[in-house]
Design a protein around this ligand. Sequence first.
Ligand code: CTP
Length: 407
Amino acid sequence: MLAGKTVLLIIGGGIAAYKSLDLIRRLKERGARVRVVMTEAAQKFVTPLAAGALSHEPVFTELFDRAAEQDIGHIRLAREADLVIVAPATADRMARMVAGIADDLAGAVLLAARVPVLVAPAMNPAMWTHPATARNVAVLTGDGVAFVGPKAGAMAERGEEGIGRMAEPTEIAAAAEALLAAGSALAGRHVLVTSGPTHEPIDPVRYIANRSSGKQGHAIAAAAAAAGARVTLVCGPVNLPDPAGVAVRRVETAREMLAAVEAALPADAAIFAAAVADWRVASQAGQKLKKDGNAIPPLMLTENPDILAGIARRGAGRPRLVIGFAAETQNVIEHATAKLARKGCDWIVANDVSQESGIAGGVMGGDRNEVHLVSAAGVEHWPAASKAEVGHRLIARIAEALAPQEN
Ligand code: CTP
């Protein structure tokens, strides 16, 4: 998939830059042409001479280099690439990307690029877990930037461990391959995603809700858009920015979500990541319920439509791929397998949302997820990763499933 493609590799300033030299070789092994941009800080760790010798191309370092600008220029560097990889991506580089700062060649190229961007962060765990970095990752994910890593392990700082190591070159090359493959399979396809909770009103000021943040569903929509699909995201009330390049339909209740999903069809793939309330209040009070003496108002519930099951059981107009989510607190695989049959969908993405899941801070509302992909073909375990990574991996699998079969 990388054969004949041009990869623009931006090497940032971090000790992991030495691994980026190996990444050049791994990308070239897969048939890619590799053009390298190095930041000033990167050159403190590895030399342009080494990167040039491995890529067999001149290495670009200056925004205002007369010879390079006449010859190629930052706009052409961005335009002539099929994919941009930033490895290692420092906390500072990600913050600059969020702000659109273009005061060096790497920044200018990233701002001009209209192709998929894959970021491989590398930094100290304290910097990775800082709220500022977490915010920046969320914004970049929403902008459709793909992430690979960082991984857990030993740091360059003696005795330090945690999440912050750059992904290995082979992993980055594989992620690059998957990103481009998804791009060619999903171009022109319509992907429908539901995300977030629903709010079911009790009276004009109160409602029934759940703890879904919408982060996983939004990350899936962002990944699908980054891969070139036309994406509709139907989402309940969430505190998240709209992912770039995605048509967003905001709803409140399960019934509104169903109507928006039906209006968005037809779709090639539909991913139901929303935590839809199973029940709503049978008769919503028109006025605010008051504390009348001692009488506590009873809440009579009635069932909401099951959006996933309804779409999965459609004859005509059923998306080719219908994917449900299962949030379970026990017997995850057993329940997910039963849910696959009960809902009539093709795949279930199952996660353990119990506090014992091992994911610090919990899955619901958190930034990481560990899932099992359950289908007729069996059960696949995906190790804990950021919700952005899970989104890209799922989109890569959907692209594979939708790709025309080669005979
Ligand atoms: N779902 C939906 N509409 C509903 C309820 C759920 O589309 N009214 C979808 C969710 O988006 C998710 C999957 O169904 O993809 C989750 O199912 P879940 O709510 O867990 O199913 P239940 O049948 O309620 O199973 P359980 O009672 O075991 O939680």
